[in-house]
Design a protein around this ligand. Structure first.
Ligand code: 9PG
Length: 500
């Protein structure tokens, strides 16, 4: 049906499935394809990536699109490969068009079904693989319409209230090179430092897919959890419970539990660890039983903070035992995990589809992996690539998501050793994490100078008052912080900080 929105005199003709209803800040449009005829011509479009690692940000409608280009394997892992439009501007679930005087026209889905929003110089459109979610349409000040959208999403999908506190994670220092003894030493060096959580990352399991203690943890994972708890920290653990590498026992012995391709073979659903991997078909009762056992075990070991990674793989297109929409399947799988671990375990989502994770995860990563270098010269033009700059750009463009769950911009650094980041770059990372209100690091105390240790303590002990003064500018405890030059790419990095 044809309808004309009237936003205080700004008339927006639209093609809608049914009559919209007014709500605070805008209108709710019933599920179905939507097209809004905007009067702004070529302007900026806010593109939102599908999962934690997917590129998000503002791009001109007459300029390059934002997304992962020329890398199908990476696209499959780090965005919604099924819906990517490299030559047209589009993103997942929500999008916005810049109007006049800082006002924007926003269109956002209020649920799952792989909703997609795109734009060109004339139209802001929305469609979905499965039209089950209503839309929110609003025109007004940028921060206001994003806040109103987030609040409506939370009204429908929930808002968890768990708080991570300060986190030490093993990834951005040791990577997979962790073992029982190294962890014990690192924990003992950290004793007395202001961290709430000590989180073991990837490297403890024998292989991704088999969630038992690997050979580097001969005493078992419960002993390490005890070591961590005895030092005064909440034990945290990384798992990728919805995927399995081809060499895992799960994939070798029970390929029938995996999401299938059209030929009835396990579907390839992403790439990492030098391999492709597969997804668990969480619609099967045996898979639910398997997940129950994994999570009862992990909680039984004593872990109370779980970083669940590569979760998007539970929401990819593929053949499952029940033909439910993939994002609904994903949400049910996480709800199942939540029901097993209980309410008091903190769940941090990583590589999660963003909107389907609202109300089930306590926190979510909102950008690609950080790195101890500014930019990745090997992958120019891939905004999902590892590096400090990509991480800041994606995270700051998702600051509005704080209203949905805690938003994790990834670790910050204090160390000057084993890093190519200069003082200013480290500060930009720390400012970003202060703005997003999620503070974590991977720096072992032994890698820090006396002064850097002081800096770490001061940073982890403070809670800042954050004011937003512009799209990318903030006041942190009264100090002006302008990330605009970093986000818009007008900062020239010095050649020494590029990884070659
Ligand atoms: C452990 C790591 C860390 C890290 C996670 C995740 O798009 N990708 O191909 C891609 C691969 C790996 C990756 C992120 C993205 O890293 O983000 O914090 O836990 O796994 O293996």
């Amino acid at each position: 049906m044809l309808h004309t929105f009237d936003f205080d005199g700004l008339r927006i003709p639209a093609n809608l499935p049914r009559v919209p209803s007014p709500v605070p800040g805008g209108f709710v449009v019933p599920a179905g394809p939507v097209a809004l005829l905007h009067p702004f011509g070529d302007t900026e479009f806010y593109r939102h990536g599908w999962n934690s690692w997917s590129p998000s940000g503002w791009a001109r409608t007459d300029g390059e699109t934002i997304g992962i280009k020329d890398s199908p394997n990476r696209l499959l892992t780090a965005d919604d490969a099924a819906n990517e439009t490299p030559h047209a501007h589009s993103g997942a679930a929500v999008g916005a068009i810049a109007g006049t005087d800082g006002d924007v026209l926003l269109l956002g889905a209020l649920g799952v079904g792989s909703p997609r929003v795109g734009a060109d110089r004339n139209v802001l459109w929305g469609r979905a693989e499965e039209h089950t979610a209503d839309w929110f349409v609003a025109y007004g000040p940028e921060r206001q319409v994003f806040a109103d959208y987030a609040d409506l999403v939370s009204e429908r999908l929930g808002r968890r209230t768990g708080s991570a506190g300060t986190v030490w994670s093993s990834w951005y220092s040791y990577f997979e090179g962790i073992d029982e003894e190294l962890v014990a030493r690192t924990v003992s060096d950290l004793a007395g430092y202001p961290f709430d959580v000590f989180q073991l990352d990837d490297g403890w399991e024998p292989i991704v897919g088999d969630w038992v203690a690997g050979p580097k943890f001969p005493s078992g994972m419960a002993v390490t959890a005890r070591t961590i708890a005895d030092a005064g920290f909440t034990p945290g653990l990384w798992l990728a419970p919805l995927i399995a590498l081809p060499g895992s026992e799960l994939a070798r012995t029970r390929p029938d539990l995996l999401v299938q391709d059209d030929d009835g073979r396990p579907l390839i659903t992403g790439y990492n660890w030098g391999s492709h991997y597969h997804s668990l078909d969480t619609t099967q009762d045996e898979v639910k039983d398997h997940l129950r056992e994994v999570f009862e075990t992990v909680v039984g070991w004593g872990y109370r903070y779980l970083k669940l990674d590569f979760m998007y793989a539970g929401a990819v297109t593929g053949k499952r035992s029940i033909p439910l929409h993939r994002e609904a399947v994903y949400r049910e799988a996480v709800q199942h995990i939540r029901s097993v671990v209980g309410d008091s375990v903190y769940l941090l989502g990583c590589g999660v589809p963003m909107i389907p994770s609202v109300g089930v995860f306590d926190g979510a990563r909102v950008g690609p992996d950080v790195g101890a270098f500014w930019d990745n010269a090997e992958r120019p033009g891939d905004p999902s690539g590892v590096g400090a700059r990509n991480s800041i750009v994606a995270s700051i463009n998702r600051a509005w998501m704080k209203r949905l769950y805690e938003v994790d911009p990834d670790a910050v650094y204090f160390r000057s050793a084993r890093s190519l980041l200069d003082d200013g770059e480290r500060q930009a990372l720390r400012d970003t994490a202060a703005i997003l209100e999620f503070r974590s690091t991977s720096d072992p105390i032994a890698w820090l100078s006396a002064q850097e240790r002081e800096q770490l303590i001061a940073y982890m002990e403070e809670t800042s008052v954050i004011e937003q003064t512009g799209r990318y500018s903030f006041r942190i405890d009264g100090r002006e912080v302008d990330l605009t030059p970093i986000v818009t790419g007008t900062v020239v990095t010095d050649a020494a900080s590029l990884v070659v």
